[in-house]
Design a protein. Structure first.
Length: 513
């Protein structure tokens, strides 16, 4: 019996010892995780500061005096790095929560690691546990430089540099926006247009008209607005627009604007009545007309009207939300309408060339080395040569035009004009525009003997041979017209003989008449 009790006591001691060892290991692991999280927080802060120095447009201050430096970046690069910083901030918040949780859970236990005797015994024990931790988890980062590199700007390949960190290496604008949205510049509402015209009772209309009347709810019949299909259309459209609004400004807390719309709807005062000229009152909720105001007042206090108003409230909120979100996206909606009008004037080939924009979407992930790559704005690096092997003209941002736009404008084709002195023009647009220039083409026509009144006839002609041939044809035709004009007039002499004006004048000169 004594042996049995002693055995139980020894087992209990061993069990308590194992629990203590397991607790110490847990504490050590938690301490290392907290230290690693704090180090990662510092790396994220350094990464965000590096982005702001590289591209201040990510978050421009109203009092920016250029102290951050940074050159002009494309809209795509700025938007891409804004989404990257948003990922950094999300990870930062996640690590802060983890550190806060560990501190709250083990705040009293952290005091056990205080080495009051200063004999480094606890330090040696902790160091041994850390080594065991990394032996158990070899994939954990062991060098702080690896963590800093994870949030740093990518390395270059000699010609261009990737602006994204390895932490956000999978981030692409093609994964955030569709091709039709053009990196947040336009709205892709084609699917919602198809859903709208398929709502029972909606009149047929084209896509451009739909974009112009997208918030014209009053023109729809009450039965249409009360249908389930119309409500689902509004719901899906609002979800798309709200998501689009958050994508184009990831660092501006766009959810606050959406929350404000919801709060404003609750406090708004709307009228459900429409007063007609004959004194009758129309109820928009119930789609009924009442002869007098007093009858209408009795109606709105009835159960049927209250029930109808309650059922109509979700749809009214959807319409209110749609109208307000589109006010926030007014520029994108306007640009979308203009883009639809522009595309209607393009040929099939021009539309196909425009689709090549997809192949150049990944260019926003890279920066050409030598183009303000060190973050200087107009400094010693501002005159560095841009990597442009195809010799494509530069756009307003200082970068070569996208290849699809270069082909679409036709800048790859040269047009020669002999009238201007064999001057070569790149692109049909500049070639056609030069026909109206006084110092070049018009002056050349005048030197060839073309009168000012005939210049419009010689428009679009660039060969001297063609100009001279057309000039000869016009002169010949002019003479023929004058002859025909003389033959068309007939005169009659005293004897009643009818003859042409030309013959009459000749006979009169000879005294025969």
């Amino acid at each position: 019996m004594k042996y049995f009790k002693a055995h139980l006591q020894s087992v209990g001691a061993v069990s308590r010892l194992l629990m203590l060892i397991r607790y110490q290991a847990t504490m050590t692991t938690t301490l290392e995780e907290t230290r690693s999280a704090l180090e990662e927080l510092e790396s994220i802060e350094a990464g965000i500061a590096e982005r702001l120095q590289y591209n201040p447009d990510i978050h421009h201050s109203q009092n920016d005096h250029g102290v951050l430096g940074g050159g002009k970046r494309t809209i795509g690069q700025t938007l891409l790095q804004q989404h990257e910083v948003k990922l950094f901030l999300d990870e930062y918040s996640k690590q802060c929560d983890a550190v806060k949780k560990n501190l709250e859970t083990f705040s009293s236990d952290f005091e056990s690691f205080d080495d009051k005797e200063l004999n480094f015994n606890k330090f040696d024990g902790l160091l041994s546990n850390i080594k065991d931790y990394y032996a158990k988890y070899p994939e954990a980062p062991q060098d702080s430089s690896n963590i800093f590199a994870m949030y740093g700007i990518g390395v270059d390949d000699g010609k261009r540099r990737k602006i994204l960190s390895s932490f956000a290496s999978n981030l692409k604008l093609t994964g955030i926006f569709t091709v039709q949205e053009k990196n947040g510049k336009l709205l892709d509402l084609t699917s919602f247009y198809n859903a709208f015209i398929n709502v029972p009772g909606v009149d047929s209309l084209d896509y451009l008209t739909y974009l112009k009347k997208i918030t014209s709810f009053g023109g729809l019949a009450t039965g249409v607005r009360q249908s389930k299909e119309y409500y689902e259309y509004l719901k899906e459209l609002n979800e798309y627009l709200a998501k689009f609004w958050t994508k184009i400004q990831p660092l501006s807390r766009p959810e606050r604007s959406l929350d404000k719309i919801k709060e404003d709807f609750k406090t708004r005062v709307t009228s459900v009545a429409v007063n007609n000229e004959d004194g009758s009152v129309y109820c928009k909720v119930c789609d009924k007309t009442f002869a007098k105001e007093s009858v209408f007042q009795g109606h709105i206090s009835g159960k049927k009207h209250i029930k109808s108003a309650k059922l109509a409230e979700p749809r009214q909120y959807m319409e209110y939300q749609l109208d307000n979100i589109l006010q926030l996206l007014s520029k994108q909606l306007k640009d979308t309408r203009e883009n639809v009008e522009r595309r209607q004037l393009l040929t099939v080939r021009e539309q196909q060339l425009e689709k090549l924009d997809v192949t150049n979407a990944s260019d926003d992930e890279y920066e050409v080395i030598g183009k303000d790559s060190e973050g200087n704005d107009g400094g010693e690096h501002s005159g560095d040569r841009v990597y442009n092997p195809l010799n494509i003209p530069l756009g307003p941002d200082g970068n070569p035009l996208p290849f699809w736009l270069y082909k679409l404008i036709g800048l790859d084709t040269e047009f020669n004009c002999e009238v201007c002195g064999n001057v070569k023009y790149k692109g049909r647009a500049s070639f056609e525009a030069h026909f109206l220039e006084r110092k070049s083409h018009l002056k050349g026509l005048q030197l060839l003997g073309i009168e000012s009144s005939q210049i419009d006839v010689f428009k679009d002609i660039s060969l001297i041979k063609d100009v001279l041939e057309l000039k000869a044809k016009i002169s010949k035709k002019k003479k023929v017209d004058e002859t025909l004009k003389e033959d068309n007039y007939e005169l009659e002499d005293e004897d009643g003989n009818v003859m042409s004006e030309k013959i009459y004048n000749e006979l009169k000169k000879q005294g025969l008449i």
